[in-house]
Design a protein around this ligand. Sequence first.
Ligand code: ADP
Ligand code: MG
Length: 614
Amino acid sequence: MPDFIRLLPDSVANQIAAGEVIQRPASAVKELLENAIDAGSNQIKLILKDAGRTLIQVIDSGTGMSMTDARMCFERHATSKIKEANDLFAIRTLGFRGEALASIAAVAQVELKTRKEFDEIGTCIQIEGSRFKSQEEVSTPKGTSISAKNLFFNIPARRNFLKSDAVEFRHILEEFQRVALVHHEIELSLYHNDKPVFQLMKENLRQRIVHIFGNTMNEKLLPVELQTEISMIYGFIGKPETARKTRGEQYFFANGRFIKHPYLHHAVEQAFEELIPDSAIPSYFLFIEVDPSSIDVNIHPTKTEVNFQHGQVLYASMRSAVKHALGMFSLTPTIDFEAEQSFDFNMPANYLPKPPSITVNPDYNPFLHGKEAVPRPSTIQPNRSQWEKAFEVIQPSENSIDQTFHSDNQVFASQQMLHQEETPEQSSSSVKPIQVQNRFILVNVKSGLMILDQQKAHERILFERLLNQSSQQKTAQSNLFPPRIQLSAIDSEILNELQDEFIQLGFEINDLGKGAYVINSYPSDMPVDKIEEFIDGLLEDYKKNRTEFGGDSTARIAMTLARNLAIKAGRVLQVEEMQSIIDELFGCQIPDTAPDGSRILRILPVSEIEKLIK
Ligand code: ADP
Ligand code: MG
């Protein structure tokens, strides 16, 4: 009987291990940056081409490696950071498993150049898919430069599995920002396709946060600090009012490592309780220092979950640290609990929905806009027919004779309907709607009582108007002093990704560089002072629901826009406003369903009313 069991060759074993450690360019970036930090660098430069697909290079000013170490570092389980199992309980470095470089070298074409401070000459090593290519002496600055080219060049399946450059770059940015937040004492720069994205000088934490997330962050931050026997908690939280927009940055770091911790997140939320609405998430940048032996470091390199030995005590400390910070700035009494708390626009008091217009777009081709899920509206043929019966409004009592005549004479009645369609003002004057609870509109119709949800109705109207505007490429309003917005690097990426959709909806947004944008035009329904809030909300929505955004993202943006611009439940409406909403709603393609698919209206038939009263 022959034996079957064989040891896998190193190259294969490394490739398998690499699959776990290096999942995408961002994981390689994370490992290389962490190595540079562990090497005590005070200056780190990250250079990328094609979101890391073509090149990831990290140049540091750290300790560098000797000739032998340079060769050794690519071996699996080669690490200088621990010597024995006990060391695992006192880890102060980011790496310790000795897997990263072996993994990267297994799936990329790697070149390492390194020199120790007091060595005269440095070493250059080339290694491709775990195969050693060359080692020679080079003159190179003190420190280490590692470049990984053509990631997954030898595993086509993985390479093809990578997402678009925009998505991969965002993952990289996320890793870069996490490192940058912890190590504000290090000078860090990032270049993508030869363009500088970040050039961060040595600075304090507050400055670092502001330089990463934009100048507007500065006035939003409240410092947090709490020292207890088992932990030190410090950092910043966003003021409660900044959580209103639902947009937030949430960062926990434990002993200098980014972590995700739902339990501690809950502690922060608890501290904010009642200061922000349920739907909003507070921003925070919180650092936790504990004894390394009280934290489970034996975590997977790509996982961000950790276990704390004193989880409950830490929860309580976290909560009181945040509460204290909020209290210190005596924000509590200034918060208006009753105020409208959602990401929300209040219309100017004199705002009136626009009367419907019948516009014909001869070039409109419904087949050019796929996706049945989101119907493309058009006002070419107002969808009256199916609503005609329901909408036959009972005529005012003063012309009761006419009323009898009309209803007896079907031909006349329908002619009048057509007439009404062209001149909505006339039809509205006979509608006489009333508002209930500042939320619903009641209209007396022939078959009974029609009940409309005012907010949803207005969402539908705006949604169709926006999309219609887009399909006709109409430009919207522009402003003598166009508004400007400032975005974080990740948000800029998303905005760039959605440029086409924004243009379709009547936005013209110009990139001024460094996250600054000027909005040269915007949809006519949009109040200028709400633009920034809208874009913030939209980007947040996009980040949370990226997958749902697939397909027709123009419609999705129109939907978000409509939701935010629509008059809200709770808003008192004048009779003319209600009339205008009703008229315009029935000029819509789908008057009974809100853009999100929920119901806008119902008719309570007379027979039901009779039953109710009996
Ligand atoms: P780990 O970081 O878990 O030890 P790595 O595979 O990332 O494992 O690195 C292996 C070893 O190579 C490290 O322990 C360190 O000694 C050395 N090394 C890696 N990158 C650098 C660097 N940028 N500067 C100096 N030494 C480095
Ligand atoms: Mg490492």
